[in-house]
Design a protein around this ligand. Structure first.
Ligand code: ISL
Ligand code: CA
Length: 559
């Protein structure tokens, strides 16, 4: 077996800067706030911080619409604040991975302002412009945030493509000069000493030749183009070029956010030959509870089926083993809170089910990502109503699904948003029982979850049995026990729809990880050797193979 790479044993902590810690009372989290909280990240034991975008942006999509890739958004601070944060993190042996958003820019980026100015501007071809077809959009693609993916520009009489919101025009990666400018910008950050990139929708940078229509489900106006825009004809070529021109220049960690990725393409993006990226975020397990009606997409409120989840996660564990590398995640800034989604956020079971989900994920092969607040068992924010939401996906989703297409009524949509909406993850971090949970002295940019008096970091740090310390222990185990990184994955009892049990098998040791996914008392008969060592559990005593609600544990023994 080849040597383990540092990023294969690392655990990443994701920070959404806007919601982490405000330092100056304007209600918006900032870089100085993050620096103040580095000791918390150290205490948890994470090796790497991934920062969501902190660049200059009109915030049409909370920083994912970048108007200057080499400037810090003044809301977050200054470039000096960034340099200070990087140095302070490095002093604690914490690395910083930056978000790279180059499938699209903001429509306020100087490239787009020039591109839009006339058909013969030399930046015209930096974006994707097309003539109308029969007075309509050039094709039937929908934006991932509702409506058409094309915006008509009166001035030049052409449409430009935006897979996300109007303010996020897609960059044209076929243009050599564009790619060159992107690589220069990336090298500028590498030279600053950053430790890697998380690459936003990098699977979509190569559009299919001729931009054909996507298959249109009956009764729909526009069609989701993901099957055509993901893993396009030149994407691997571009990433190999990026590897040569940027990524080989330093010891970086790279993770591709690869919406629409399948096994075949993941093996290329994240191949161990190192020709493209280190690892990918795949999305299949986040789509298992989507609505069966394609026009509703992610909007639904039904729990996931454990059998589907097992089947899917097991596929990724098995198919990438030995040839490429997984990222492991339940939560991020685009997903609802996992304890509310796949666990049980009632007062009785919140903590135990949050620890179960953590155990289930962290013993798998791949690099684990923890999204801020996940380590506290933070829940969805049921106290937010229509007037409180900020997320463009929620706002556009309601306009399109309720007002325009009348697919569901307002109350049903609100129910879906409380189950799946992105703002569930974006409410401010809950530090204490103090004013605004210790997040800000001012007015928070997004309403707090009203459960912060019970769920907060101060309470978690004072309780040795908290979700926080369970995560801390999982991270420590990963650092100490190579088997968590290298072991061969084997699913036990695939047809068991209540318990998710698997093994990680090494040459002379193996791990058995048992996770009761239900609120029931259960009993199973796995052959656990008498001298097996209980490494971690979410109950304080061990009843062997009698499982209590959401019980999760891992045993280590000799083979
Ligand atoms: O958020 C989603 C579903 O709720 C995803 O479809 C998401 O849009 C997709 O994974 C791409 O996400 C990334 O790019 C978007 C940005 O809004 C997301 O925050 C980002 O993670 C556009 O830049
Ligand atoms: Ca601030």
């Amino acid at each position: 077996t080849s040597a383990i790479k540092w990023w294969q044993k690392a655990v990443v902590y994701q920070i959404y800067p806007r919601s982490f810690q405000d330092s100056n009372g304007d209600g918006i989290g900032d870089l100085k706030g993050i620096q103040k909280r580095l000791s918390y990240v150290s205490k948890l034991g994470a090796d790497v911080i991934w920062l969501n975008p902190i660049y200059q942006s009109p915030n049409k999509d909370n920083g994912y619409d970048i108007s200057d890739y080499q400037a810090i958004n003044p809301e977050f601070g200054t470039m000096q604040d960034f340099d200070d944060l990087l140095a302070a993190a490095h002093a604690r042996d914490i690395k910083i991975v930056m978000d790279l958003v180059v499938n699209h820019s903001s429509d306020q980026h100087k490239w787009f302002i020039e591109s839009r100015s006339s058909k013969d501007n030399d930046k015209r071809d930096f974006y994707i412009w097309r003539d109308p077809v029969d007075g309509h959009e050039p094709n039937n693609w929908s934006s991932f945030f509702s409506g058409s993916a094309w915006k008509f520009d009166e001035k030049s009489g052409q449409y430009y493509l935006h897979l996300f919101v109007e303010g996020q025009p897609d960059l044209n990666w076929k243009n050599d000069e564009l790619r060159d400018q992107v690589y220069q910008m990336m090298n500028w950050w590498v030279d600053k000493g950053i430790d890697g990139f998380r690459m936003d929708v990098i699977s979509m940078i190569s559009k299919p030749d001729g931009l054909p229509d996507a298959p249109l489900p009956a009764g729909n106006t526009y069609a989701n183009p993901v099957s055509l825009t993901a893993n396009g004809p030149h994407v691997h070529e571009y990433l190999r070029e990026m590897r040569q021109k940027v990524l080989n220049n330093a010891e970086l960690m790279t993770v591709g956010e690869t919406s629409g990725v399948d096994i075949e393409h993941a093996r290329k993006y994240a191949g161990i030959d190192g020709s493209e990226l280190n690892m990918v975020f795949q999305f299949e397990h986040m789509g298992l509870d989507d609505n069966p009606n394609p026009a509703l997409g992610k909007w639904d409120n039904q729990p996931v089926s454990l059998l589907k989840l097992k089947d899917n996660l097991s596929k990724w564990q098995t198919e990438l083993e030995g040839n490429s590398w997984n990222s492991l995640y339940w939560d991020n800034h685009d997903q609802p809170r996992i304890v509310s989604r796949f666990g049980n956020d009632s007062a009785e079971y919140r903590e135990v089910s949050a620890k179960m989900l953590a155990t289930l994920l962290h013993f798998m092969q791949g690099t684990p990502y923890i999204y801020q607040g996940e380590e506290l068992g933070m829940t969805n924010a049921y106290n937010l109503g229509w007037d409180d939401f900020d997320d463009i996906e929620i706002i556009n989703g309601r306009k399109f699904i309720v007002d325009k297409e009348k697919l569901v009524d307002n109350d049903t949509m609100l129910d879906y948003v409380h189950y799946k909406g992105r703002d569930n993850a974006r409410t401010p971090m809950q530090w204490s029982t103090g004013k605004n949970a210790g997040f800000t002295d001012g007015t928070p940019w997004l309403k707090l979850n009203d459960n912060f008096e019970t769920i907060n970091a101060t309470a978690a740090l004072a309780d040795e049995h908290s979700v926080f310390y369970h995560y801390q222990k999982l991270i420590k185990l990963r650092h100490e026990l190579d088997l968590m990184t290298t072991g061969h994955y084997e699913l036990i009892d695939p047809a068991d729809d209540q318990v998710y049990t698997y093994k990680r098998i090494g040459d002379d040791q193996e791990l058995l990880i048992i996770n009761n996914f239900t609120d029931q008392d259960l009993e199973r008969d796995y052959p656990v050797p008498a001298d097996a060592q209980l490494l971690i559990s979410n109950y304080q005593d061990d009843l062997g193979l009698k499982l209590r609600p959401y019980e999760a544990k891992a045993y280590l023994y000799q083979r």
